[in-house]
Ligand binder design. Sequence first.
Ligand code: 3AM
Length: 195
Amino acid sequence: MLRAFIAIEIPLEIKKAIAAQTASLQKETGHAVRWVTLDNIHLTLKFLGEISPSSVELLSQSLQLECSQYAPFEIAVSSLGCFPSPRRPRVIWIGLHAPAELTQLQHKIETTVARLGYDMQDKPFSPHLTIGRVREQISADESLHLRAALESKIIDDLGSFSVRAIHLFKSDLQSSGSVYTSLYSGDLGSYYAEI
Ligand code: 3AM
């Protein structure tokens, strides 16, 4: 079995801008947060969980079919936020401004993979880039310090990028952390890109 998810790759210059603007925050929060390495920052559209290797082809074909119906679009990257809330930060993320096409495409992918038997996500899609996960066992002091650091952090505009493909990724848990590898890349409609 493979652990898999569907996501958009983030260009290196955007990831470097995120790293530069969060460097001080990463230093200040110390042990309290497990920061995501640059290689692993992506925009998740659908977490599939464990899939069998034999389903990769069908998933890839379905992904290509959905992608071909959408033109490439731009996403702007800005702001800092937390799930479930800034008062109880568990996941630290960078927010995105995306056109309606992203939500439509995500919804199409969600319904298509549900028809193939994968679980449907019950929470509404909230596009974000996870950059850190707060450790379970942190002291009350560390928690207060973390919240203060997050509240005072201001992130400037981090640029924008063009989405031209959606990937089916596999995730391998290694001793150094998760390693993500693209198994298939579905191109957004080339017909639209040329007009
Ligand atoms: O990039 P984010 O954080 O949005 O959180 C995991 C990550 O999304 C999510 O799948 C993406 C690639 O690892 N993920 C991991 N386990 C999950 C689960 N059991 C999960 N999403 C939902 N359910």
